[in-house]
Design a binder for this molecule. Structure first.
Ligand code: AR6
Length: 168
C-alpha cells in the first residue's frame, strides 16, 4: 500500500491536514453534527461560499476554502440517508469517499480527514459504514501516496473503525 490510513479520535476541526471533509446535506447550508462544527469553526464566509455550489447530490463533492480553518480546504460531501440498506446506501457511501479522494489527487494534495459520513443524523449503522469507509480508502491508498485520517467522534464509531482497520 502506498498511502496510510489512521484513526483520529476527536473533533475533525483539530486534525492537521490539507483537506477536511464535511458530512453535509444537499443544501450545503450547514446543520448539526460535524456540519455544524465545521461551519462554526470556519465562520460565516463558509456558508456564503457554499451558496453557489448547491445543491450537491448524494455521493458527490463540492469544494470550498476553509476560511477561519486556515489553509485547509473543505470538501463537502452528502452521504446517503439509511433506509434499511436496500436502496443503494452502501454504493452511495462508497462514492462519497472515492469522490473526495479523487478530488484530493486532482488538486495534488495528499492529506485528508474524513468524519464517519452518514453515521449520525442519517442513521447508517456504524459497523457497516466503517467497513465501507476502510475498504474504499484501502482501495485508493493501494495506488496513491495519501495520508487518510478517519475521525471517530463517538465510542461506537471508534470501535467500528478500529475493528475495520484491524481486519486484514
Ligand atoms: N468531528 C468529527 N466527527 C463528528 C463531529 C466532529 N466535530 N461531530 C459529530 N461527528 P452527522 P450525517 C460525528 O450527523 O449522519 C447534519 O445536520 C458523529 O458522531 O454529523 O452524515 C448535516 O447538515 C457521527 O458519527 O452527519 C446533514 O443534514 C458522524 O460525525 C446531516 O446532519 C456523522 O454524523 C448529515 O448526517
Amino acid at each position: 500500500m502506498k498511502g496510510t490510513i489512521e484513526i483520529y479520535r476527536g473533533n475533525i476541526v483539530d486534525v492537521d491536514c490539507e483537506v477536511i471533509v464535511n458530512a453535509a446535506n444537499s443544501s450545503l447550508m450547514g446543520g448539526g453534527g460535524v456540519d455544524g462544527a465545521i461551519h462554526r469553526a470556519a465562520g460565516p464566509k463558509l456558508k456564503e461560499a457554499c451558496k453557489p455550489l448547491a445543491p450537491c447530490p448524494t455521493g458527490e463533492v463540492r469544494v470550498t476554502e476553509g476560511f477561519d480553518l486556515g489553509d485547509r480546504l473543505v470538501f463537502h460531501t452528502v452521504g446517503p440517508v439509511w433506509r434499511g440498506g436496500s436502496e443503494g446506501e452502501a454504493e452511495l457511501l462508497k462514492a462519497c469517499y472515492l469522490h473526495c479522494l479523487q478530488e484530493l489527487i486532482k488538486r495534488e494534495l495528499t492529506t485528508i480527514a474524513f468524519p464517519a459520513i452518514s453515521t449520525g443524523a442519517y442513521g447508517f449503522p456504524a459497523n457497516e459504514a466503517a467497513g465501507i469507509a476502510v475498504h474504499a480508502c484501502r482501495e485508493f491508498a493501494a495506488d496513491h501516496d495519501v495520508k487518510i485520517s478517519l475521525t471517530a467522534f463517538d465510542e461506537p464509531n471508534a470501535t467500528a473503525i478500529q475493528g475495520a482497520l484491524d481486519q486484514p
